[in-house]
Design a protein around this ligand. Structure first.
Ligand code: TYM
Length: 351
């Protein structure tokens, strides 16, 4: 089975974008893939979180994975910092990635803001750690939202440069694998992992501004639906969501240049497991005053069982910690196998 890796940062509340863009899709991959799902606490450290908040958030995100339906026995769920090989490989990749590559990352530019001098060095080299997360398991498929696309391109660049720089060593050690690069078949140690970005919810937008991504850091809580929101709050946020005054269009093309309408239709499609065309077939020509209550009912029906389950699981700290420990041990075995090869390839002495 192909190997999937993905992660979520334990910072702030998980929201509908995290759920529809990532976690819900992770659940669907479990039958056809071997999956490793990670709470990336080392990534969260780049923004200097309060230690207690970080612990609470790490357990909460784990609870969300489990509540959404990820099976930690068949697959692996763990927090990143338990498996030291992520940090070890990230250092190797810091020496592979070029400053110019990292300089082009839009997420760094957004998160660092105007005061670049004051951003942590960790925030700048964050994509090297992300490449290490994926490649320390030699994962081939990475389900994420659209905003992570550029980081995954960098992951492929890092893998390719490592494979090239060390091609002779990899060949003489006899540990390369054949892989397709464009029309060619080449041999390398790290796979060129493919992003899995698809469906109607690759980029859920703010409920207050259809041109801005729904995000944990938006100061307005009305801009997002949090996984911990209660039924009334979800309904209220959808009722207050910004829209234009027109009715819904009669075909999907009519959603172009109507970002708020497009976003709400996309959310409806993702929650109901259909596509935007199907939603427009049902609601085309109807007013938002009809559509919003239907969307609110659907969101509540889909999210409240998860929210309830998340609360129940979060309360059982011992269970959550046991899942992370067991996942960390299993992940560590795979990661160490990769690192033994990497140390041989790059010339580090080991026993
Ligand atoms: P993070 O924690 O910001 O987000 C977790 C996942 O949620 C997706 N997402 C969205 N999808 C649709 N619409 C939105 N508005 C939205 N907001 C967030 C993200 O695309 C992501 O899939 N760097 C990553 C975490 C990471 C990772 C990895 C991911 C670290 N190492 C290795 C994959 C593989 C991040 O900050 O995600």
């Amino acid at each position: 089975k192909p190997l999937v890796f993905s992660g979520v940062q334990p910072t702030g509340n998980l929201h509908l974008g995290n759920y529809l863009g990532a976690i819900k899709r992770w659940v669907d991959l479990q039958d056809s893939h071997d999956c490793i799902y990670c709470v990336v606490d080392m990534h969260a450290l780049t923004v200097n979180p309060d230690p207690v908040d970080l612990m609470v958030s790490t357990r909460e995100v784990t609870a969300a994975f489990l509540a959404a339906g990820i099976d930690p026995k068949k697959h692996i769920v763990f927090n990143q910092s338990r498996v030291r090989q992520h940090a070890e490989l990230a250092w190797v990749f810091n020496c592979i990635a070029r400053m110019g590559w990292l300089n082009r990352m839009t997420q760094f530019k957004d998160k660092a803001g105007k005061d670049r001098e004051n951003a942590s060095a960790g925030l700048f080299v964050y994509p090297s750690l992300m490449a290490a997360d994926i490649l320390v398991y030699r994962a081939t498929h990475v389900p994420v939202g659209e905003d992570q696309k550029q980081h995954l391109e960098l992951t492929r660049d890092v893998a390719q440069k490592f494979n090239n720089d060390y091609s002779d060593r990899i060949a003489s050690l006899g540990i390369g694998v054949e892989m397709a690069v464009g029309d060619e078949t080449v041999s390398g140690f790290f796979p060129l992992a493919e992003p899995l970005i698809g469906g109607p919810a690759t980029r859920i937008m703010s409920l207050r501004d259809g041109t801005k991504k729904m995000s944990k850091s938006d100061p307005s809580d009305l801009s997002r639906i949090n996984l911990v929101d209660d039924t009334d709050t979800i309904a209220k946020k959808i009722r207050k969501a910004k829209t234009d005054p027109e009715a819904l269009p009669s075909d999907v093309e009519g959603l172009a240049n109507r970002p708020e309408a497009d976003n709400l239709v996309g959310i409806f499609a993702a929650l109901s497991g259909t596509d935007k065309a199907a939603v427009i077939r049902d609601f085309g020509g109807r007013q938002f005053s009809d559509f919003k209550p239907a969307l609110a009912d659907l969101a509540v029906a889909r999210l409240s069982p998860i929210t309830g389950e998340m609360r129940r699981i979060s309360a059982d700290k011992a269970y959550v910690d046991a899942v992370l420990k067991d996942g960390g041990e299993r992940a560590g075995v795979i990661a160490e196998t990769t690192m033994r090869h990497v140390r041989d390839i790059i010339g580090f002495l080991q026993d």
